[in-house]
Design a protein around this ligand. Structure first.
Ligand SMILES: NC(=O)c1ccc[n+]([C@@H]2O[C@H](COP(=O)([O-])OP(=O)(O)OC[C@H]3O[C@@H](n4cnc5c(N)ncnc54)[C@H](O)[C@@H]3O)[C@@H](O)[C@H]2O)c1
Length: 348
């Protein structure tokens, strides 16, 4: 991967916690070395953990170390970490056995989005770790309370919702199930900060958490517009990139309303909300695309057509973009406006 221009290391506006610092110690575990488990592992290594990973699929197990090393090398090229990838990769053991997780202070489950499988994996983790080990599940939408059922120590089970690529994005939702203790939620927040995240804490469990509830409401409307013939897939993508995509890394929806004037939004809501889709079925277009075998760029077949070369290029570009947006976001942490005005006052 090419290095992108201008990482200004001396820029005092760059938020410290987002940069990966070299910490020492602390064993962490990851179960499931798929797409996300691999980038989560990269994040944990970059944050200084020693790591034990579990993968049940022999083919994935064989390639896991190579995939992880590639992410670490890219991170080095981008100047995100000083330690060498070959040193970092020596701090990982990847295996099909759970027993090596026993020394972990935190284990992250990142297997498939399937309640029985996740419950079974949590059971396997609990069999080997100490009662104090925090168990975080990287579920997208399964309620954490459901994951806690029949567990030995439900108070230490918590939702840790990461965004891909997990070693670059600063997103993290930390979700308490009904039985998660607040002390463990606070521990999770401390871990998240150490991993370079800006975590959000959900004290009560709700299906889909924050971003997936909002994103799926948006997806439902996008499909409604296509399925009803109002706009094409490409037109919707173009509009969203250039409107929402332009401001959403700078400000969340509430800050954005503050910045752009609140009353107009109330006026629009009055007429628009009754008009929005409330469909509960999987949209027609989505059903058709899934039936066709499309998986997206991973098999070069999606809402758009790709040659294998184009699909690969989209994958690489997404990774490049992720580093660039991270660098931009570092200049605009959530309290950037407050900080700058207080700096000005202090200088007067
Ligand atoms: N892909 C994303 O962008 C994204 C974002 C947020 C959350 N998530 C959630 O993260 C989880 C993983 O998603 P993914 O995209 O990495 O999936 P994936 O299919 O790429 O990876 C899952 C991995 O878990 C392994 N696995 C399955 N059962 C196992 C077991 N019993 N023991 C050990 N390993 C096992 C599989 O072999 C596979 O390698 C899902 O719950 C998903 O909903 C994904």
């Amino acid at each position: 991967m090419k290095k992108f221009p201008s990482r200004r290391k001396s820029d005092s506006r760059v938020a410290g916690p987002l940069r990966h610092e070299a910490h020492t110690g602390g064993v962490a575990g990851v179960v499931g070395m798929g797409l996300m488990g691999t980038s989560i592992s990269a994040c944990l290594l970059l944050a200084g953990h020693r790591l034990y990973c579990v993968e049940s699929d022999p083919a994935k197990l064989r390639t896991a170390s190579k995939r992880l090393l590639k992410l670490l090398k890219d991170a080095q090229v981008q100047g995100v970490v000083n330690a060498s990838p070959s040193t970092l990769i020596k701090r990982v053991t990847i295996s099909s056995e759970f027993v090596g997780l026993k020394a972990a202070e935190i284990v992250i489950e990142s297997t498939v989005e399937d309640l029985p499988i996740k419950r079974q994996v949590i059971g396997e983790i609990e069999r080997v770790v100490s009662s104090n080990t925090l168990i975080g599940s990287n579920t997208s939408a399964i309620p954490v309370t459901d994951l806690q059922k029949n567990s030995k120590h439900p108070e230490r089970i918590i939702g840790l919702h990461w965004a891909e690529p997990a070693h670059i994005t600063r997103f993290m939702e930390i979700i308490c199930g009904k039985e998660t203790s607040l002390a463990n939620a606070r521990r999770a927040v401390r871990f998240a900060r150490r991993w370079g995240k800006e975590p959000s804490l959900l004290r009560r469990d709700i299906r889909g958490f924050i971003t997936n509830r909002i994103m799926y409401a948006m997806l439902r409307e996008a499909f409604y517009l296509v399925d009803s013939g109002f706009a094409s897939v490409a037109d919707i993508d173009r509009s969203m990139r250039n409107d929402l995509g332009y401001w959403i890394t700078f400000a969340g929806p509430f800050r954005f309303m503050d910045v752009t004037g609140i009353p107009a939004y109330a006026a629009v809501m009055k007429d628009l909300l009754p008009d929005l889709s409330c469909a509960t079925e999987v949209p027609r277009l989505m059903q058709k695309v899934v039936r066709s075998g499309a998986r997206g760029i991973s098999n070069a077949k999606g809402f758009y057509r790709y040659t294998p070369t184009q699909a690969k290029r989209w994958e690489e570009l997404f990774m490049e973009f992720s580093y660039q947006i991270r660098e931009l976001a570092e200049k605009y942490p959530e309290d950037v406006g407050d900080r700058r005005s207080s700096t000005r006052k202090a200088n007067k």
